[in-house]
Design a protein around this ligand. Structure first.
Ligand SMILES: NC(=O)c1ccc[n+]([C@@H]2O[C@H](COP(=O)([O-])OP(=O)(O)OC[C@H]3O[C@@H](n4cnc5c(N)ncnc54)[C@H](OP(=O)(O)O)[C@@H]3O)[C@@H](O)[C@H]2O)c1
Length: 389
């Protein structure tokens, strides 16, 4: 029986994790759950999975949960401390499915407690990849990717020697604006950007998929997860999202992992690794898919993608700056305060402004990362006011 602690249980990845757990009650037991403000959903989850500990983002949400559950309320924490208590609660695997920088401290706490971590919350590795790698090496836990592209590479690399890997190729669906001309993308609305063709996901990653900032974050995530130089990570657009990513070996052989676009598969893979779960659900029939298309990404219409390599080359803290600027600009776009192209423009200007002052800055500690993140958020808010004016 594997004990699971889940950060972000009420989100898209969180709910799908619980659906996999529910399919295999003889294999998994949920010991702790953390959510933000969705009390109704967390109440249901507590009744169904009976965790020993839960966390919510604030006191108002916590009071509401206690009103709903009365004496059934598990041990309950609030805010950052609540998240850390869930991350450190006795478990064999912590699933990190929060979104954004809020996941950094609890994920690091889980790693420092020696836990294996199934990582969906890619912003953690983007912000603090080197630090996470050092902590993992010191504490002995494993990092199991949940992102479908990184899960694909992880599965393909199992049994390969690191020195035999020539290149990692991440596939990208291209998002809802893949075929749109630049003038039309410039006028894209929030609801158009939220209409992803292949995946149903939370709002932040869905906007990131439309700008290709998601793929930029994934390039950085791959750099740290697989310890490959940034120039050996590339991206190809593959609109069907069937080939989840590829690895080219030094002899020219290319290995890929395929499947229908269903996050339950990489989630199940991370939960059971190195075993496999006999998941129910539709199966890939290549004959009915018919064709698989590939094309290069367009850096003109999707300038967010190239910022990954720029951030990685510019400073160790560069990716944390890019991530923070992107979180702020996506929130502003979702709130209707800026236009779609402003997201990329603000991300680029904050990153360039930072690199002009701090080229080559090191990320030696969590403090270095937190201060780069705070600087970038402040600068991004100024830039957002300017573009909104
Ligand atoms: N969705 C996918 O298919 C997918 C695929 C690959 C990778 N990912 C990555 O997985 C991560 C999660 O994505 P998602 O789509 O599942 O996001 P989501 O649906 O927006 O869910 C986010 C979760 O984080 C919680 N949360 C947000 N802010 C919080 C705070 N301040 N304190 C405590 N909890 C907080 C939310 O709680 P409440 O809702 O209760 O407020 C929710 O449970 C992201 O990093 C994303 O890039 C997602």
């Amino acid at each position: 029986m594997k004990r699971i602690a889940l950060l972000g249980s009420t989100g898209s990845v969180g709910e799908q994790t619980l659906s996999v757990v529910a399919e295999f009650p003889e294999r998994f037991r949920v010991t702790a759950l953390a959510a933000g403000r969705n009390v109704a959903k967390l109440t249901e989850q507590v009744r169904r999975f009976r965790p020993e500990r839960v966390a919510l983002a604030d006191a108002a949400a916590a009071r509401e949960l206690m009103r709903e559950l009365g004496r059934e309320t598990p041990e309950l924490g609030i805010g950052a401390e609540g998240l850390i208590a869930v991350a450190e609660h006795p478990a064999d695997l912590v699933v990190a499915a929060l979104v954004g920088a809020v996941g950094l401290a609890p994920t690091l706490a889980a790693i420092r407690a020696g836990r294996d971590v199934a990582l969906a919350n890619k912003e953690v590795l983007v912000m603090a990849g080197a630090l996470v790698r050092r902590e993992l090496a010191a504490r002995g836990g494993r990092l199991l990717p949940v992102d479908s592209e990184h899960s694909a590479i992880f599965q393909v690399l199992a049994g390969q020697r690191a020195e035999d890997v020539a290149r990692i190729v991440l596939t990208a669906s291209g998002g809802p604006f893949r075929g749109w001309p630049a003038e039309k993308i410039a006028r894209a609305t929030v609801s158009e950007a939220l209409a992803h063709p292949n995946w149903r996901m939370g709002p932040k990653i869905t906007i990131d998929s439309a700008t290709l900032a998601n793929k930029a974050l994934e390039v950085i995530e791959a750099r740290w997860l697989f310890d490959v130089a940034p120039e050996r990570v590339s991206v190809v657009v593959h609109p069907q999202s069937i080939v989840h990513s590829l690895v080219e070996l030094v002899d020219g052989s290319v290995l890929a992992q395929l499947g229908l676009p269903d996050m339950r598969v990489p989630i199940a893979c991370a939960l059971a690794w190195p075993e496999r779960l006999p998941l129910t659900g539709p199966r890939l029939e290549l004959a009915s898919v018919g064709r698989l298309d590939f094309e290069p990404p367009d850096p003109e219409r999707f300038p967010c993608l190239g910022l990954a390599w720029r951030a990685l080359a510019g400073a160790e803290t560069g990716p944390a700056v890019l991530n923070a600027a992107n979180e702020e600009s996506v929130a502003a776009f979702l709130a209707g305060r800026i236009r779609f192209p402003d997201v990329a423009a603000v991300n680029a200007s904050v990153l360039e402004d930072y690199l002009a002052r701090h080229a080559g800055a090191a990320a030696r500690s969590l403090d270095d990362i937190v201060s780069a993140d705070a600087w970038a958020r402040g600068r991004a808010r100024e830039a957002l006011v300017e573009v909104a004016a």
